[in-house]
Design a protein around this ligand. Structure first.
Ligand code: C5P
Length: 281
């Protein structure tokens, strides 16, 4: 009597930082969407909570999905556990919310499997405790996020587009990128709101996308700038960094162009995936 569910990657189409907050986090405005690229989770009731993973280094109690299960059990007083098996497809520590999405899917699935009956609001509160991106991953679809990323205004689906993701072989710490951001990089959220308003009227190539963390990450890791340059050379319009990096994305009109871009990226020794925004949440 188990459950098998997808956990979708997320993409920050825009990421503006409005300023630093008293709690140490940054106030954001971000237009986010779920991608079809996904991990797959299988959950079975069991006496204890256990996380297994196709990438063995992600198994065990350090996985955010494990923390999600512990949090749900504490919040509801449920006495059982679960074996959570994660098949990873979303690149790890890439700025695509893979860990956050696995945690969100775990909350959702265990609430059903355990029959704990938490409301959507209660699940969203738990999700925000687990990380800034977890509430979006729980909701899925397209949203304008504010606060530290947890306040969501849900939006209609995006027009069709092909997304090429390219990841150079480097590890980036989200906390250190936010830590290196100075007020010069702050915005007022106007770009995200403008793109949210025009995204159904104007083609993606004309969207004024922005990521405030991009210059900071490129300063620390110039290779990210090279990935963006390649995406632009390949005809991506626009091309931008995902979250705090190091993965970058480019939008294409056709799968063929994106696939040939993926081959060019792989020839340089970088990983590449072709995907698209999820048509439904
Ligand atoms: O919330 P999450 O654990 O994903 O955030 C990781 C780190 O990113 C935080 O510890 C913080 O340093 C930074 N962050 C931030 N402002 C946000 C989201 C994340 O400063 N809105």
């Amino acid at each position: 009597m188990g459950l098998t569910i997808p956990a979708y990657a997320k993409l920050n189409l825009t990421l503006e930082v409005l300023g630093k907050r008293f709690d140490g986090y940054h106030e954001l405005r971000s237009l986010m969407c779920s991608l079809a690229l996904h991990d797959t989770l299988h959950l079975e009731p069991a006496p204890e909570i256990e996380v297994r993973c196709s990438l063995p280094e992600l198994a065990g109690s350090g996985n955010l999905a494990h923390r999600a299960a512990v949090l749900l059990r504490a919040a509801t007083g449920h006495s059982g556990g679960a074996v959570i098996t994660i098949k990873k497809e979303i690149p790890v520590a890439a700025g695509l919310g893979g860990g956050s999405s696995d945690a969100a899917a775990t909350l959702n699935a265990l609430n059903r499997l355990w029959g704990t009956g938490l409301t959507g609001d209660a699940l969203r509160t738990l999700a925000a405790h687990l990380g800034s991106d977890v509430p979006f991953c729980l909701a899925g679809g397209v949203a304008l996020a504010s606060g530290r990323g947890e306040k969501l205004h849900l939006l209609p689906p995006l027009p069709p587009m092909i997304v090429l993701l390219v990841r150079p072989p480097i590890q980036v710490s989200t906390a250190s990128i936010y830590g290196a951001l100075t007020p010069v990089g702050y915005g007022d959220g106007e770009v995200s709101e403008r793109v949210a308003a025009l995204m159904r009227a104007v083609p993606p190539a004309e969207w004024p996308l922005v990521n405030a963390l991009q210059p900071v990450t490129i300063r620390a890791y110039p290779l990210v700038g090279e990935v963006l340059a390649l995406l632009r050379d390949l005809g991506a319009s626009p091309a931008l960094m995902c979250g705090s990096g190091p993965t970058c994305f480019g939008l294409f009109k056709t799968t063929e162009r994106a696939e040939s871009g993926a081959r060019a990226a792989r020839e340089r020794g970088w990983e590449a995936w072709v995907t698209s925004p999820l048509a439904r949440s």
